[in-house]
Design a protein around this ligand. Structure first.
Ligand code: BEZ
Length: 243
């Protein structure tokens, strides 16, 4: 069941539906754990109803300031280059900016010529920046009119699992985005946590209370307790646990 409580509108003028649990006395700002709201928007691949398109997949949704700008070109080019990695993780990608669909399609042509790969994910025309405002992508001290580089990772139930915010002049790392999606999938599959600087196959952090027999069954390896509150198990044979 959904409720409207401050009547935000999408680019088509239609009311955006916000789940009841988001009711607050202040304007809603997306947080980790919230269910992402539904909306319909024009994109470079045609009109897109977010829920219909996204539900059941992991999603990387990102805003950027504008088409035909240098840092944004490298970000979209980098995602296009890594497209098979997103597909391999079952992740869909949606870009957000207020440039028109025609401007973005022309720009995607430049990106394809530069990077040698097509931009095969949709990028949306956030007309008038309505969605950017709604989703907290406008930081007016950083730029008066352009959205910042804000990213959301959503799980297949459309729950927000990670949020990154980057300033206008710093391009995001696609490798880091992929790393976070992999880590979240690992957490879902095993209940483990990932340590600082974790990359795929590195040791992972497991619950102190989990029985060793269960650990061996789950991970095929024995665990190592480094501190009373820090217990690791290898994620894969390639990396040893530090002693
Ligand atoms: C860029 O993507 O390079 C950019 C975007 C907006 C303002 C300045 C730079």
């Amino acid at each position: 069941m959904t409720f409207q409580f401050f009547a935000p509108r999408g680019t088509d003028g239609a009311l955006l539906r916000v789940p009841q649990s988001f009711r607050r006395s202040v304007k809603w700002l997306p947080q980790i754990g919230d269910i992402f709201p539904d909306f319909t928007i024009e994109t470079t691949l045609g009109p897109l109803n977010f829920r219909n398109w996204a539900e059941g997949s992991w999603v990387y949704l990102f805003s950027h300031p504008a088409a035909h700008t240098p840092v944004c070109t490298t970000e979209v080019g980098s995602i296009a280059m890594h497209w098979p990695d997103f597909e391999g993780l079952g992740a869909k990608v949606l870009g957000f900016t207020s440039s028109s669909v025609d401007e973005q399609l022309e720009w995607h042509g430049d990106i394809q010529r530069l990077y040698g790969v097509p931009v095969c994910f949709p990028t949306a025309n956030d007309l008038g920046g309505a969605m950017a405002k709604f989703l907290g992508m406008r930081h007016e001290k950083e730029h008066k009119s352009w959205p910042i580089r804000k990213s959301f990772v959503l799980d297949p139930e459309m729950k927000i699992r990670a949020i990154f915010e980057y300033p206008i002049y710093i391009g995001r790392s696609t490798a880091e985005t992929l790393r976070v999606i992999k880590a979240l999938q690992l957490v879902n599959q095993t209940g483990a946590a990932t340590p600082a600087d974790w990359t795929e196959f590195d040791p992972i952090i497991i619950d102190i209370g989990e029985r060793e027999l269960e650990v061996v069954r789950k991970f095929g390896a024995v665990s190592r307790q480094l501190l009373p509150y820090l217990r690791l198990v290898r994620g894969d044979k390639r990396h040893e646990i530090p002693s």
